[in-house]
Ligand binder design. Sequence first.
Ligand SMILES: [Zn+2]
Ligand SMILES: [Zn+2]
Length: 169
Amino acid sequence: MKRKFTTKGETIRGKKISYDTSGYPRITINKVSTPIHLILWKETHGEIPNGCDIHHKDFNKKNYQIENLDLLTHQQHTRIHAGWIRDVNGIWIAKPCSKCNQILPLSEFWVRKKGDNSLLYSRCKRCHNDKEKMSKYYRTDKYREKNRIRLRKERAKIKLEKNENRKRN
Ligand SMILES: [Zn+2]
Ligand SMILES: [Zn+2]
């Protein structure tokens, strides 16, 4: 548990609110410090099922109003914070590309394993193909020859520096 608290002088139900290092407001009941949003969620909806998280809909950790809280599976929660988009029915429709940062329909990403959307590549198809093209280029004779010349130059430079150092000492 995070122990470094900063108190801002606010209270809820007569208890002093502290903020933990992650920015969540907490109160201490019977010597146990708990984030307020978890207390309020449990009072209203009961225990949080295993593998589930409570998410702040407005992404404001300090806003523990019950309407701002949402019960999500851990996977849903991770995706929302990674910028994935759902439609009105809660179906995932888009996500950001880790290379070009554009938010694109899921069909713009290659699937690592058929039938499982959780295994989409992090780069969009275009960025993915660019990378493939580059790795193909790295295997060509043209690149190998260029690389040989570059390495030869670097080695020569190191040798030169070594010689100069020796002269100086
Ligand atoms: Zn969240
Ligand atoms: Zn991309």
